[in-house]
Design a binder for this molecule. Structure first.
Ligand code: EPZ
Length: 438
């Protein structure tokens, strides 16, 4: 459990970690390479540890020292990812692409739904079928294989019905070793997709157009060793920008890539906070004495990120006027509303729309986190609230935030994990030195 005493003014500088959603996809991408991969700026997260365990179970050699992760995929032994691990980490499904491309066969558990939505994988499957794979889904398992003496995927033209981040990443990775050219149209344009493409190119892949809605991949026979540094986490940075605004404080953050934060910064300025780009890698936020309502609609990049929706909702609960928040990416991502209302917010929900009526003050209360970004929103609300807030469900926070509590304490926030979680803390502390097996 986390205890927060609100109404502290924050001050100082926050170091932003590597991007979770890049690290997970790039770790899966290491499956494509029969040589050494050295990844730098790897965030210290539960999800990263889980992905490492899955890769180790497939036979990859893994070693992590600090934020450096060494992976060697020469001896992949398995084409089947273990159910108990995959069921805990949806992103591990992306491994089906590189496994199939590398081995001609892959068996990966169907990830199933999660707190924020049904999360189907039909776009991944349809794309792999277009590249010549035979895909069967039985007993909760996706079996994919390429027949023939030299089982190699074939280049194909693929149109995605929705610019899915995961489907774009899975298919882009699969196409790197395919025979011929693959075109992915209506592709996702998220910075994490571009980061993955840059990683694959650094291993010798031939990819054009990453970051646009059309990606073209010319398949190559094999890839080579690489050393690659992961981009900073724009969602972690966005979360700290909101922390500065909601506590009327002044904070600076780095490293960041300003372009990746355009939508979040535009909304913060519309709400009344001051946001200054101090250098190409550093941003400063200065919270105003009062903030005003604004409407938000989540969209695929470069639209407003769904992964920032909950955090901005927390800020808008304390902004003068009515804000309309429309969640268009996931069908069940407003579960933090009930908990914010428990803290005195005034939010009504109709379908995927939340109408947030600003209130003068939130009051501390016991609340429960339901998913990763909801947990961040409750921490932010707790920082602004009168009195003490306690948050249960910190396993969500640890999945996606690298030492959020420590970083907030460093800039003057009054919060602490209660004893029960010390074990979790010591476990996450051990991440940095362990031989992650295999
Ligand atoms: C990635 O998830 C991120 N996760 C999510 O971040 C993020 O919210 C999401 O992209 C959108 O930006 C990782 O990168 C590990 P999608 P992903 O496929 O790839 C539907 C966080 O908080 N869809 O772009 O799973 C799907 O149901 C997490 O860090 C299909 O219908 O997202 C959803 O409604 C949460 N069929 C929409 O597309 C498919 O085959 C967007 O999903 C695939 C997706």
């Amino acid at each position: 459990m986390l205890e927060i005493w609100g109404r502290s003014t924050l001050k100082g500088h926050v170091q932003i970690s590597g991007a979770k959603n890049s690290a997970l996809a790039i770790m899966a991408g290491a499956l494509l390479c029969p040589e050494d991969c050295r990844l730098r700026n790897v965030p210290s997260l539960m999800d990263v540890q889980r992905m490492a365990q899955i890769l180790a179970a497939l036979g990859l050699k893994m070693e992590q020292h600090g934020d450096v992760l060494d992976i060697n995929g020469r001896d992949i032994q398995q084409s089947q990812a273990p159910y108990e691990l995959v069921s805990q980490l949806r992103a591990s499904f992306f491994a089906i692409g590189p496994l199939l491309a590398r081995l001609g066969v892959a068996r990966v558990p169907l990830p199933g739904g999660c707190a924020i939505g049904a999360r189907p994988v039909d776009l991944h499957v349809r794309g792999l079928q277009a590249m010549g794979a035979d895909v069967q889904i039985e007993h909760g398992m996706v079996h994919a294989y390429v027949s023939g003496s030299n089982p190699r995927l074939k280049g194909a033209k693929i149109y995605l019905d929705y610019p899915s981040v995961g489907a774009t990443e899975t298919l882009m990775m699969a196409a790197t070793l395919a025979d011929g050219e693959t075109t992915i149209e209506n592709a996702a344009q998220e910075p994490e997709v571009t980061d993955l493409a840059n990683f694959c190119q650094a291993m010798g892949a031939r990819i054009r157009g990453a970051g646009t809605n059309t990606i073209i991949i010319d398949g190559v026979k094999s890839l080579h060793s690489v050393e690659y540094s992961i981009i900073p986490d724009r969602i972690e940075a966005g979360t700290f920008l909101v922390a500065g605004a909601i506590t009327h404080s002044e904070l600076s953050l780095s490293p960041i890539i300003p372009d990746h934060l355009t939508a979040a910064i535009a909304k913060l300025r519309a709400i009344g906070a001051k946001v200054i780009l101090e250098s190409p890698t550093c941003v400063r936020v200065i919270g105003a004495n009062s903030h005003v309502a604004t409407d938000i609609e989540t969209l695929p990049y470069p639209g407003f990120p769904t992964d920032m929706q909950a955090q901005f909702m927390a800020l808008l609960t304390l902004s003068e006027g009515d804000s309309v928040i429309t969640e268009t990416v996931f069908e069940n991502r407003l579960r933090h509303v009930a908990e914010l209302n428990r803290m005195g917010a005034d939010i009504r929900v109709k379908g995927n729309i939340a109408i947030v009526r600003g209130v003068p003050m939130l009051s501390g209360a016991p609340v429960v986190a339901t998913d990763l970004r909801a947990s961040a929103a409750l921490v932010l609300a707790g920082l602004a609230a009168n009195g003490k807030t306690t948050i249960e469900g910190l396993q969500h926070l640890d999945r996606g935030y690298d030492n959020l509590v420590g970083k907030l304490q460093n800039v003057g926030a009054r919060l602490q994990r209660l004893k029960g979680d010390k074990e979790a803390e010591s476990e996450s502390a051990s991440l940095n030195t362990a031989n992650l097996g295999g």
